[in-house]
Structure formats: structure tokens, C-alpha cells
Ligand binder design. Structure first.
Ligand SMILES: Nc1ncnc2c1ncn2[C@@H]1O[C@H](COP(=O)(O)OP(=O)(O)OP(=O)(O)O)[C@@H](O)[C@H]1O
Ligand SMILES: [Mg+2]
Length: 304
């Protein structure tokens, strides 16, 4: 339903999206995960026909984004990063305006269904200007859904709203995923993990990893981490003490101690303890650290 191949976007000399490839199948929720400036919005703008790619291709609902831009726009519901609203319209008026703009046949029925879906039915007569940030975001969602498109693209739909609304928006996305192809962007890893069937991690315009959250965690787990805290040795000294242990891939200060990245499958606790004590340094704490997907993500970002 979404097929992206080597999609690329230059802004002058700046390469914002660099040969990005991924797919999203019907009934699948795919998360585009990346830090600020990674190229999430730019990718989505190209997929929604708002901006032509510099290179590569993308097909959405079977239509080429460049050759069939109009058909793409009819097949996609898009919640942009900043929801454009008309403050003097009512909630109902705003959504029915969008429905008519998209050539929806049975406007009233579609608007009612969209408002129901985002739980705005009881606020249908409210002026858009009086909506809170969270409700405005839900209004944007209703706008994206009203023509019942097969593909839904949401740009950071949970940004800037309170935790309760975040939960509701995530629930709505999950429900949408049951019978739509959904692509949504986020920089919150736990959100991608909770909501998505598949995650595409992008960094500086490039895909650095993709897969099901659980698989990703397994693949990317670059080895276990150990936390070690000592008295009587600074960072340079610790490096000197532990340097001969070849299975330690990285040493970084963390809190009052150090985080050691250990080669996968190795248990270095005994070796670390022995070397530290042999150097006459007091060992205060030594424990394995379970990595969350969050840590792994930061790890990838750092390494790239
Ligand atoms: N219209 C534009 N003209 C020039 N540069 C742009 C334009 N739009 C985006 N960029 C640049 O392209 C890069 C990717 O931006 P983009 O907005 O796609 O990132 P993002 O992943 O959506 O980030 P954020 O999480 O902050 O929304 C950034 O370096 C940005 O400054
Ligand atoms: Mg963005």
C-alpha cells in the first residue's frame, strides 16, 4: 500500500532524505522513528504529494506520487505537523468543509463517523478557536479520516498533548491500523514500540534500521552493558585497568560510575572485578544493565 524506493530529497546542497526505502502493507502500522531533523516530515510530504522527490520513487495505494499526485491525495489522509485550522469555523463545519473538498458523496454520514471516531461528537458546535491543543489535534485526525482513505499518514500526532490525550490518540491509531495502512512519525521510541507492527528508524535522512520492534531489539542489541562503580580511580585510570579486556567495546562515564559495552554473549563480571581489585581500586558496584529499546536507539544514533 505504501512502497518507497530510494526516495531522495535535496534542499539546495542539503540532503534531507537520502535513498530511503521501506514498505507498509494494508492493515499494517509502520512507525517512522527519528530525532529532530531526521527527514520524517520531508518523507511524508513526498508521500502525500505535497512535494516532489528529487530522486527515487514512491507508490501510495498503487499510485505514483509524481505521476498520479491527485489520485495519491485522494487515497491518503494526512495529518501534517502543524494542523492548518480555520478558527471561525465550527468543528462540524470544518470537517464537512474538508469532506466536500475531497468530493465525499454522503457528507453528513462521513463527518459524523469521523467525529465519532476521534470523540468530538459532543463538541460539533464548538468554534475551532476554542479547542484546546489536544482537541485541535483530534480535529486534525478527523480531517485526515473523513474521506475514509485506505492510507493514513500522521506526522507526530501525539506531540504537545497531555498524557491522557496521548493514550487516546494512540488507541485511535491502533484501531485505524485494523483496516488501513498507517504510517506515523514519532521521535518517541516507546510510542513506536507500543503502536507499530514495524519501525523504520531514520537518522540524517537515511534508514539506519527497520523491522518489528522485538526483532529490532534483538538484532541491535550490541552486546550487554555492565555498570561499574569504583572508588580510587578516575576515567583514565579505569580505561587503563580495563583496556586489556578485549571484549569490552566501549567505556563511558555514567552517573557515579561507568557503563561498559560488552561483546554479545560474554560475561565479563568476574574479569572486571578481578582487574579492578588487582589494581588496588575499591569496587563499589558491578551489575549487568538491561538495555531498553530507547538505549539501543540512542546507541544507533550515536554510532551513526
Ligand atoms: N523546505 C525546506 N527547505 C530547506 N531545508 C529544509 C526544508 N524542509 C526541511 N528541511 C531540512 O531538511 C532536514 C529534515 O527536515 P524534516 O523536517 O524532514 O525533519 P523531521 O524528521 O521531520 O524533524 P522534526 O522531528 O524536527 O520534525 C532538516 O535538516 C531541515 O532543516
Ligand atoms: Mg517533522
Amino acid at each position: 500500500m505504501i512502497e518507497v524506493e530510494n526516495l531522495t530529497k535535496h534542499f539546495g546542497t542539503h540532503l534531507a532524505v537520502d535513498h530511503v526505502s521501506f514498505t507498509a502493507q494494508p492493515g499494517e502500522i509502520v512507525g517512522l522513528l527519528g530525532p529532530n531533523g531526521a527527514g520524517k516530515t520531508t518523507t511524508m510530504r513526498m508521500l502525500t504529494g505535497f512535494m516532489p522527490p528529487s530522486d527515487g520513487t514512491a507508490r501510495v495505494a498503487g499510485f505514483d506520487v509524481l505521476a498520479d499526485s491527485l489520485a495519491v491525495r485522494q487515497s491518503v489522509g494526512y495529518l501534517p505537523e502543524h494542523v492548518p485550522v480555520y478558527p471561525d469555523m465550527t468543528v462540524y463545519g470544518y470537517i464537512s468543509f474538508w469532506a466536500r473538498l475531497r468530493g465525499v458523496r454522503n457528507v453528513r454520514q462521513h463527518v459524523d463517523a469521523a467525529l465519532e471516531r476521534v470523540q468530538l461528537t459532543d463538541r460539533r458546535k464548538m468554534l475551532v478557536r476554542h479547542l484546546s491543543k489536544g482537541l485541535t489535534q483530534r480535529l486534525g485526525l478527523a480531517q485526515a479520516l473523513v474521506h475514509d482513505p485506505p492510507v493514513i499518514i500522521l506526522d507526530e500526532p501525539t506531540i504537545g498533548i497531555d498524557p491522557q490525550q496521548v493514550i487516546e490518540v494512540r488507541d485511535t491509531i491502533r484501531q485505524l491500523g485494523e483496516n488501513h495502512t498507517v504510517l506515523f512519525s514519532t521521535h518517541i521510541l516507546s510510542e513506536a514500540e507500543q503502536v507499530c507492527d514495524r519501525v523504520v528508524i531514520i537518522q540524517q535522512g537515511r534508514v539506519v534500521a527497520q523491522g518489528a520492534p522485538a526483532t529490532l531489539r534483538q538484532q541491535l542489541q550490541s552486546g550487554a552493558h555492565l555498570y561499574v562503580e569504583v572508588r580510587g580511580a578516575n576515567e583514565a585510570k579505569i580505561r587503563e585497568i580495563l583496556n586489556p579486556l578485549r571484549d569490552i567495546q566501549a567505556i563511558e562515564p555514567q552517573g557515579n560510575g561507568f557503563s561498559l559495552r560488552v561483546k554479545p554473549g560474554k560475561d565479563l563480571r568476574a574479569a572486571v572485578a578481578e582487574r579492578v581489585m588487582a589494581a588496588g581500586v575499591s569496587l563499589l558496584e558491578l551489575r549487568p544493565v538491561a538495555m531498553t529499546l530507547e538505549d539501543i536507539f540512542l546507541d544507533i544514533i550515536k554510532r551513526n
